[in-house]
Design a protein around this ligand. Structure first.
Ligand code: F6R
Length: 240
């Protein structure tokens, strides 16, 4: 794993943007694997700015997102599909039909997981962007998830519900379950870029880089990926 330590959040976002721009420029029909959460917002803002300033085209790009809350759809401003449209897609020339996020409102969630999984098999990510949870989760693969897991329905860990409560009016409003790509789907990406900033990620980052490869810390599976770059600020790197 290549580790890049940057001074702060802005420098982390800039370093990630440079890598993503290289992929998009070299391969205009690339498949981008995308994450939600606070961490990639600086990256997405830079992609939007660059598109406006330099005209970098996303017309032929396809995207696949990591996860979605069960029960939420585009009309809900807490859904991940809403998040992606507002923070990235509507700022690019990316056709919405080229974007893919599991449907949290599907009547048959198992069938939706199977559909999304089959789609991922046809859309290998040229680059997969990841954040990391304070408990070491990636996407919503919580501690204990088998490394061989594919897209599945997951009950969120109490720590994840607490971490994500800041984005909801009340902790009770955080959905208790989600649809998520599995670790196998993430490992299938040609290249992985994982981002982390802030002291509250330092312990998970230490486990990711220096710990044993264990299902207790799902992100540690990335030690086995042939092309993984970790970009972190000094606070997230403080225990390394
Ligand atoms: C988001 C996702 C999550 C987040 C992680 C960190 O799609 O899959 O794994 O990347 O929970 O979230 P933030 O960036 O909000 O700290």
């Amino acid at each position: 794993m290549k580790v890049i330590v940057t001074k702060d959040y802005e420098a982390m976002s800039e370093a990630a943007f440079r890598l993503v721009k290289t992929v998009v420029t070299a391969k205009p029909n690339a498949v981008l694997g995308l994450a939600t959460g606070t961490t990639p917002l600086g990256l997405y803002a830079r992609m939007a700015e660059d598109h406006a300033a330099c005209g970098t085209s996303y017309r032929e790009i396809k995207t696949v997102n990591l996860d979605e809350y069960v029960g939420l759809g585009p009309e809900s401003d807490q859904s991940y599909v809403y998040f992606m449209r507002k923070n990235l897609f509507e700022h690019l020339d990316l056709p919405l039909e080229n974007t893919n996020i599991a449907n949290g409102k599907a009547e048959d969630l198992e069938a939706e997981c199977a559909r999304y999984n089959a789609l991922l098999a046809t859309l290998q990510q040229d680059v997969q962007i990841l954040g990391i949870g304070s408990n070491g989760h990636i996407a919503f693969n919580e501690p204990g998830t088998p490394f061989g897991a594919e897209t599945h329905v997951v009950q969120l860990a109490e720590s994840t519900i607490r971490d994500n409560a800041r984005l909801f009016a009340r902790e009770e409003d955080v959905p208790r379950s989600a649809l998520t790509m599995g670790l196998k789907n993430i490992m299938h990406a040609r290249r992985v870029i994982i981002l982390a900033n802030g002291q509250n990620k330092a312990k998970a980052v230490k486990g990711l880089v220096e710990g044993p490869v264990t299902e207790s810390l799902p992100a540690s599976v990335l030690q086995l990926h042939p092309d993984c770059t970790l970009i972190i600020d000094e606070a997230a790197a403080s225990l390394l």
